[in-house]
Ligand binder design. Structure first.
Ligand SMILES: Nc1ncnc2c1ncn2[C@@H]1O[C@H](COP(=O)(O)OP(=O)(O)OP(=O)(O)O)[C@@H](O)[C@H]1O
Ligand SMILES: [Mg+2]
Length: 243
């Protein structure tokens, strides 16, 4: 993917994204790191077309996201697979139906075709035995893998993960990180907001440090973690990697 942000600004009660201009160029995987409240989720939601910036633009593969045009915005959203921290599965539907529903309702697939894809994807993530279970009958790690299966099933051009493991214990975290690593190995593009610094370093081509509504620095993962250039990023990493 190619991702470029130009004069991107967003305020709620205060300025959350502060005139971000950043051309990341061509990349496969980008990790966004930074302190809580820095604007990571807001930026991800804007890139996903779920939130509208006050000003500025986002271009994905050279195409600007048309925030003012609901029809093309919907088309943009349909081409992304999004996984949030809190799984966001429909609680009243089985794992299988959580995957088939968007395939049928949003992507217009016939029921049988949607079920085939959903079963294949569940099988792929070792979830075939859980197809008939509702989210409450699944562990957190299993729920998150269903959410990832759902995101993949639509064959997205890009996957967006917002702290996909922060609600999980270490073993389930490992389970989910393994799945993300597999997706990377098979060449899928993704953008990942994470507090798992070791994972970001391992899996991302490039890492951007976002704080106070600005991208303070971005660099190849190895470079940023080995030698952060800004005092803010150095302080953040020192604090977060201390324990
Ligand atoms: N819908 C909203 N309405 C009002 N304020 C919001 C909204 N979404 C985000 N904010 C505010 O914007 C700021 C940035 O929030 P954001 O969720 O983007 O941060 P973050 O970097 O993802 O933090 P965390 O690491 O804790 O998830 C916060 O001060 C938050 O309170
Ligand atoms: Mg967040």
């Amino acid at each position: 993917m190619r991702l470029a942000l130009t004069h991107l600004t967003k305020s709620f009660a205060h300025r959350v994204l502060d005139d971000i201009t950043c051309d990341f160029g061509e990349l496969r995987s980008l990790a966004l790191i930074g302190p809580s409240g820095g604007g990571k989720s807001t930026l991800l939601r804007i890139i996903a077309g779920l939130e509208t910036p006050d000003s500025g633009s986002v271009a994905l593969d050279g195409e600007p996201v048309a925030f003012a045009d609901e029809i093309s915005l919907r088309a943009h959203r349909r081409r992304l697979g999004i996984v949030f921290q809190a799984f966001n599965l429909f609680p009243h539907l089985t794992a299988l139906a959580n995957i088939t529903l968007p395939l049928e309702k949003v992507h217009g697939l016939a029921a049988a075709e949607a079920e085939n894809i959903a079963r294949e994807t569940l099988h792929r993530f070792q979830l075939a035995d859980h197809a008939h279970k509702k989210p409450a009958q699944l562990s957190g790690g299993q729920q998150q893998r269903v959410a990832i299966a759902r995101a993949i099933a639509i064959k997205p051009r890009l996957l967006l993960f917002d702290e996909p493991t922060s609600a999980l214990d270490p073993e389930m975290t490992a389970e989910v990180l393994e799945v993300i690593e597999e997706l990377k190995d098979e060449g899928r593009d993704f953008l990942l907001v994470t507090h798992e610094m070791g994972f970001a370093r391992h899996v991302a081509d490039r890492v951007a440090f976002l704080a106070g509504g600005r991208i303070i620095e971005h660099a190849p993962a190895e470079e940023l973690f080995a030698a952060p250039r800004s005092a803010e990023c150095r302080a953040f990493l020192a604090r977060i990697l201390k324990y």
